[in-house]
Design a protein around this ligand. Sequence first.
Ligand code: 4AD
Ligand code: MG
Length: 480
Amino acid sequence: MQDKTIAKLLKSEKTHVEVTVRGWVRSFRSNRFIALNDGSTIKTLQCVVDFENFSEELLKKVNVGAAIEVKGTLVESQGQGQNIEIQVSKLTILGEANPEDVKLTILSPKKHSLETLREQAHLRIRTNTFGAVMRTRSKLAFAVHQYFQKNGFNYMHSPIITGSDAEGAGEMFRVTALDARNPPLDEKGNVNFKEDFFEKEANLTVSGQLEAETYAMALGKVYTFGPTFRAENSNTSRHLAEFWMIEPEVAFNDLDANMDLAEDFIKYVINYALENCADDIEFLENRLLEEDKTKPQAERSEMKLREKLHFILENNFKRVSYTEAIDILKNSAPNKKKKFKYIIEDWGADLQSEHERFLVEKHFKTPVILFDYPANIKSFYMRLNDDGKTVRAMDVLFPGIGEIVGGSQREERYDVLLEKMKTMNIDKEELYWYLDLRKFGTAVHSGFGLGFERLVQFTTGMSNIRDVIPYPRTPGNAEF
Ligand code: 4AD
Ligand code: MG
């Protein structure tokens, strides 16, 4: 029979049964109480040893960080803080951890900053904070699949290596098998990618959208959920060079249906986390309260973590056009008092995260969906409105995060798309297959991309995106 996890044992009602557990020592008090964690829950199992029954030599090895196995009887606990504990009859050290070495790491039992934890990302997962975040991340990923599968979507694996730049923003990592020191050159002296592995230029995907569109135009409803890569030099708390994106794409959906889908989907996954990660989210909420105490009053959050999550579930996302948003921003106090780093002067300005956060956190105080953006600040594939200057784009903005979703209704008209590609210098030979969709049974369709790490950030209350992905890749950092 499989051994039970600590999560299961702590929920079991049956005591006076023999059990075996394995895990890592979190603490060992009074030569008697081992707090054991096996990663299945934030909670530890108290393992009580009678030191008379065990050799001193063995007990000396019960150190923080060591892997051990205990066998014993599950009994009701007399002590505070737990209902049950194990009365240990057999103790085995599986893997030692030398206290002198442990002292030099973040495993040592004292407070370590998130920055220090980041430097030891291979060990930080042993802390309560990272255990809670990564278990929640895992549950959220499951909820994503559950939502789409329940609603008749097909999971599509979009390619990781592609020849096209889906966003047309040129922020790509090149994939090559050429010798960087001595690449083959063409007649003009440029690198000759015809001699490269794919016999053309290739890169890591920035988005699976364009390929997802081809699948939506056959399967109807599809979604991707995979890694995407951006070589943008943004050293912020919300940007990664490698992040996971979820991209649903739906045939016959217009922008309104796209907004409905985004809102319903986000509410579903957040609710799933609240219901299935209760202990972890409670821990993270308390962690945030502690962190807030170290901050000046003005920077403290107005709501506790769970309040914030319920707030999302219980409120409609406010839908606001870009044009309305610009009016609000232009007349806002921080704009007039020149408190924004980028002052909003005219219609057409690109919104920065300070503006997005003002709208969400100060003005509307609810999640906001901005739509109908100026065509020239958005990607080539978005559907042009009849006004000729705005496109059917939408961004979902969240408190503390800013943009969590970016999406649009796609341009389904061949001529309009071709014209747009010309003006935006998108190679039509390269994207002939994308144009083909508009030749063979074209239809209204829409989709969006949700940055999975931003969702995890919001759900766990972690302020830096580097702390919600196991091994963050950012400019200057690809350690581990
Ligand atoms: O707004 P973006 O660039 O949209 C697209 O890529 C579209 N192709 C999506 C679609 O319509 N299918 O990115 C979508 C989302 C953003 O809203 C943000 O949450 C996240 O992806 N994102 C990032 N997350 C972490 N690090 C980065 N560097 C990110 N860039 C975008
Ligand atoms: Mg965007």
